[in-house]
Write a protein that binds this ligand. Structure first.
Ligand code: IVH
Length: 665
């Protein structure tokens, strides 16, 4: 192949990899719902780095992702927050050490501190004159989201330190205790809500909540392991002692590696400690112990030269792929699901794994009958990460073809621009109708006990249900088509349906399955609009005021309420006569649809009372200042938030203003 052709091929692959990595960065950092394991992600990154190194004119763009939410205020770090170079290969640990010795021009052993790599999310705490002034997420490394109020809810984090320099940045990782993570997911499972993928995602989502009281209830934890600006200590391990002395939850499981001959054993000790640590750890971090040497080594634009991580490979197992089924979801998206010979992995039996989408199936070239490698690295849904081609029978196996038509109605599958998913183009085909109604009735939505998938399927097949509104027209005689449904079951189901008419607004919003609206956005919409009719009539710009709702989603909601078929549905829904316990009881133009932040000490109300009054009048109260906030109510001694609100031109009310406006109903 001529050189330029080879070069073009590499360039094309680089572009593809960058786009793929970008997508996974978004899923991981912004949406907190990764599709691939860290290991698969790291493999993509190292492939990209390798290809970029083949073409000297390609300047590498592979920096760490960006976790800024877009709705929280951002602030700059004094010293950038960098990433860590990492490897899964022990040989490379020795190469890292060799590079460090070369840079220091020494043949002698360099002393390292080796400690667990915490699988949480990085934060930077800025203390000024000994007081915690600000807590930031890593963001893009230069500036991060201001999560001060939320970080302050973390038990055991000192809000002040003694004998500190004028300004000191303390860095560490916020995480969620594995036990609390399991408890929260258990509660969600019981109430039919979607589960969080892993403790890291839950910790990350929690830290970015706008309501600090919600954050407090989630019991986040923090572990500190480093300094940004303001380091006055000589050794890395002294930083941990300094932090501990000042009452910080600091890194305490560190080992000193005096010579590289011990590195393997030290990694082994940290790995063996894994299950006893309160946080998830995915590797061992090596840091040059001498701070003067750290200084000499400095950093590249992406990572310090004095530290690197050895990452543990996730748990994997081999099993046989028995079948692949193509499920039709409620929005028509086709999801390939692998059925596996059951295999034990991380202490649980795995018999199904997701194959994500058509690209994933094509890329992996998995065939029924193959021996596949399944991985479960914290994520709840196990994933297939590879095929053992050497186990494929000599005669080969039939290539797995992604269907071109909907497995339910036969309509062509289509792929919308910019989407990886294939969707059924047949409008509401029977399977979509079934799944829509099942979702509507599920615990996370209208919570209609007894209206599960089997019953819904029968009623759809029997022509009794076409849309979710038909549920409320069901009578005794309609239910007679259900097998094993006696008088008692009929009564039970009909009363559950009746009961669901008295609900809270977010449940109905969530239940409709409006594209891109999950439980969280449904709650935010309900909190903001507090009225079904106002929400249905809202303009795009109004919808955009809701936190977490961008232009595209706002347009999607607007279009949904206006699409021909849904207009009919909305009318039917109106006639059902839902009553919502959470809608505003008073209309007050000063509060309606506005977002408030309370700060400082109030004299006449407790915070709780103030919040209730604001909500009753149609407003909502959040904990953190952001661009979406309309009014800051400043009580006595309002400090930093008042200054920030002034800077942002956010309307400011005194407590007197609040009293006045409340009585203006
Ligand atoms: S030291 C300049 N120590 O891993 C970076 N980082 O993958 C120095 N991390 O962004 C960081 N545990 O958020 C350090 N014990 C540890 C760590 C740790 C987890 C995170 C950190 C960093 C990321 C890089």
């Amino acid at each position: 192949m001529p050189l330029s052709k080879e070069k073009k091929k590499i360039q094309k692959k680089i572009l593809q990899l960058r786009a793929e990595i970008d997508r996974h960065d978004r899923l991981y950092y912004k949406d907190s719902r990764p599709e691939i394991s860290d290991f698969e992600y790291d493999c993509l990154k190292s492939e990209l780095l390798h290809l970029e190194s083949l073409l000297p004119e390609e300047t590498s763009q592979t920096g760490p992702g960006d976790d800024r939410s877009g709705y929280l205020l951002t602030r700059k770090h004094y010293l950038p927050m960098l990433s860590l170079e990492n490897t899964y290969n022990l040989e490379e640990v020795f190469e890292f050490d060799a590079r460090i010795r070369k840079l220091l021009a020494t043949e002698k052993d360099v002393e390292y501190v080796v400690e667990p790599k915490i699988d949480g999310l990085a934060v930077n705490l800025i203390y000024e004159n000994g007081e915690l002034k600000c807590a930031l997420t890593r963001g893009n490394g230069v500036e991060g989201d201001d999560v001060t109020d939320n970080v302050k809810t973390i038990a055991g984090l000192p809000l002040a330190i003694e004998n500190a320099p004028e300004r000191i940045e303390i860095r560490g990782e916020v995480y969620m205790d594995s036990k609390i993570f399991q408890k929260i997911n258990e509660e969600r499972r019981n109430s039919g809500e979607t589960l969080f993928a892993n403790a890291r995602n839950l910790a990350s989502g929690t830290l970015k909540l706008m309501d600090s009281e919600e954050v407090r209830a989630r019991h986040l934890k923090i572990l500190l392991y480093g300094l940004g600006t303001g380091n006055f200590l000589k050794k890395q391990c002294e930083i941990y002692e300094f932090l501990q002395k000042n009452g910080f939850p600091a890194q305490e499981f560190y080992l000193i590696c005096g010579k590289m001959g011990d590195a393997k054993a030290i990694i082994g000790r940290l790995k063996a400690m894994r299950d006893r640590l309160p946080y998830a750890t995915d590797g061992a971090v090596f840091k040059v112990n001498d701070c003067a040497l750290q200084e000499r080594l400095g950093a590249t634009a992406k990572a310090p030269r004095w530290a690197f991580a050895y990452k543990f490979e996730p748990e994997r197992a081999e099993t046989v792929l028995r079948n692949v089924i193509f499920q039709v979801g409620r929005t028509g998206v086709i999801t390939p699901v692998a059925e596996l010979a059951p295999v034990n992995l991380s202490c649980s039996w795995v018999s199904r794994a997701t194959l994500h989408n058509a690209d994933d199936v094509a890329k992996k070239d998995i065939r029924v009958g193959d021996t596949v490698i399944v991985e479960k690295s914290g994520e709840i849904i196990p994933a297939i990460v590879g095929v053992k081609l050497e186990n494929r029978p000599p005669g080969g196996l039939e290539k797995l073809n992604f269907p071109r038509n909907c497995p339910c109605c036969g309509a062509a599958l289509v792929r919308l621009a910019g989407e990886v998913a294939w969707r059924c183009s047949g409008g509401d085909c029977a399977e979509q109708v079934v799944q829509k109604i099942v979702y509507f009735a599920s615990k996370a939505a209208m919570d209609i006990d007894g209206l599960g998938e089997a019953v819904v399927r029968k009623l759809v097949e029997g022509g009794k249900l076409k849309t979710v509104a038909d549920i409320y027209a069901l009578g005794k005689e309609d239910l007679l088509i259900l097998e094993n449904f006696g008088d008692k079951s009929v009564k039970f189901l009909l009363s559950a349906i009746e009961r669901s008419k008295k609900t809270v607004l977010w449940r109905l919003i969530n239940a409709l399955g409006i594209p891109a609206i999950g439980e969280k956005t449904a709650k935010d919409l309900a909190h903001y609009f507090r009225d079904w009719d106002i929400l249905v009539a809202a303009a795009v710009e109004e919808l955009e005021n809701v936190r977490g709702v961008g232009k595209k989603v706002a347009q999607g909601i607007f279009d949904y309420f206006r699409s021909a078929e849904d207009v009919g549905l909305m009318e039917k829904i109106r006639q059902i006569g839902f009553t919502f316990a959470d809608v505003a009881t008073h209309y007050n133009p000063h509060f309606s649809q506005k977002i408030f932040v309370l700060t400082g000490a109030l004299q006449q109300f407790t915070r709780h009372q103030a919040r209730e009054l604001i909500e009753k009048n149609g407003g909502s109260v959040v904990g953190a200042l952001s661009d979406k906030v309309d009014v800051l109510i400043a009580g006595a001694d309002a400090g930093q938030k008042l200054a920030a609100a002034k800077q942002k031109n956010i309307e400011i009310w005194t407590e007197m203003d609040l009293v006045e406006k409340l009585s203006l109903e």
